[in-house]
Write a protein that binds this ligand. Structure first.
Ligand code: KIV
Ligand code: ZN
Length: 385
């Protein structure tokens, strides 16, 4: 079974979600929970972005010892120096340095030629290696870059000392098969790739972030990058909880797993949601409130007979106590009776039928019939002569 490193960027790319701003203490609280969750690498921020970010990264690097801590830097000495100031206290200082490699970014954003980009990337990695034990280099917008140029620049940054190469799908553009084949291409064509880790970093602009990450793993990625609850720039990053649980549930297919303590997922999700103010949609995979809720009579009947009829993930796996049978207009007699028994009512068949009819009448008028509603209906039926 291959072990995939988990690189969490909730505190960097995740904090780049519009409207999100965490203070230092909130960031440390999230970092501690990420350590408990068992992530391998925490990207704690972008130290050159602000004094506050530098201080937060520093406090996390000085506090967290169970996960490796990193920070982001552009390919210049000022950014790398700021990152060093923040990260020098960590047990094995790790830098994440990036430079864009796509024609669009090089022409319009960087206004640099390919040779200038190559020289700048190599110089940055060499400079970083004088200070940091581990240097990860990212080819920003790798997915819209020329593959031969990628091979050339990756070969050079590895020669300069990079030990992790990240191929971000910065704008969430690629289809899973294309993203997977990029990993295969780099593995097959970069001559000095042996011993270097390849990392996948995906965005969800087309709703493909998780699928793309899994495709990268199938094609040899050693590390996945993402955030908790899939927060991040624009439509967000890949949700680490989704990738980790997919690997666990379909271990037979992917033949790979992470070191995450999956039963810490829900707690981590709740904390990130609370502190960022980003509400998790009810239908969000793995951590949404409805992920273990069954409403229709057919599903409820199936789950009451055997959970695996409609549940491929157990709620306990991610730290949720139990599934929920939500009583609404699609619910059936079986679930209604189950609820009555759970609430301690003993009803004969006639009372049960009458109660069920009253419940259905009410369900037609309400989105969800609450326990209090059921209690009122059943109490009436029980006390009727
Ligand atoms: O999406 C991206 O390209 C990034 C890089 C900085 C790695 O977040
Ligand atoms: Zn990103």
């Amino acid at each position: 079974m291959r072990k995939i490193d988990v690189f969490d960027t909730t505190l960097r790319d995740g904090e780049q979600s519009a409207g999100v701003n965490l203070n230092t203490l909130e960031k440390v609280e999230v970092a501690k929970q990420l350590e408990r969750l068992g992530v391998d690498i925490i990207e704690a921020g972008f130290p050159a972005a602000s004094r506050g970010d530098l201080q937060a990264v520093k406090m996390i690097a000085d506090t967290i010892k169970g996960s490796s801590v990193t920070g982001l830097a552009r390919a210049n000495e000022k950014d790398i120096d700021a990152a060093w100031e923040a990260l020098k206290g960590s047990s094995e200082p790790r830098l994440h340095v990036f430079l864009a490699t796509s024609p669009i970014h090089m022409t319009y954003k960087l206004k640099m030629t390919t040779d200038q980009v190559l020289d700048t990337a190599v110089a940055a990695v060499k400079y970083a290696k004088k200070k940091f034990t581990h240097v990860q280099w990212s080819a920003e917008d790798a997915c819209r870059s020329d593959k031969q140029f990628l091979v050339k620049i990756i070969t050079e940054v590895i020669n300069a000392g990079a030990t992790v190469i990240n191929l971000p799908d910065t704008v969430g553009y690629r289809a899973p098969e294309e993203y997977g084949s990029l990993f295969r291409y780099i593995k097959e064509n970069v001559p000095n790739i042996e011993g270097v880790k390849l990392s996948a970093h995906t965005h969800d602009d087309l709703g493909l972030a998780t699928a793309n990450s899994l495709a990268a793993i199938e094609n040899g990625a050693d590390q996945i990058e993402g955030t908790i609850n899939a927060i991040g720039e624009r439509a967000g990053n890949a949700g680490l909880e989704e990738i980790a649980v997919a690997l666990h549930i379909r271990e037979d297919f992917y033949q790979a797993s992470t070191r995450l303590k999956l039963d810490e997922i829900k707690r981590t999700s709740n904390l990130v949601s609370k502190l960022t103010g980003m509400i998790v949609p009810g239908n969000k995979a793995v951590v949404g409130n409805n992920a273990f809720a069954h409403e229709s009579g057919i599903h409820q009947d199936g789950v009451l007979k055997e959970k695996t009829t409609y549940e491929i993930i157990t709620p306990e796996l991610i730290g949720v106590k139990t599934n929920r049978l939500v009583l609404g207009k699609h619910s059936g007699r079986h679930a209604f009776k189950n609820k009555a028994v759970e609430m301690g009512f003993e009803l004969n068949d006639q009372k049960l039928n009458e109660g069920f009819k009253a419940f259905k009448d009410l369900a037609d008028k309400k989105k969800e019939v609450t326990d209090e509603d059921i209690f009122a209906i059943l109490t009436d039926k029980q006390t009727e002569a």
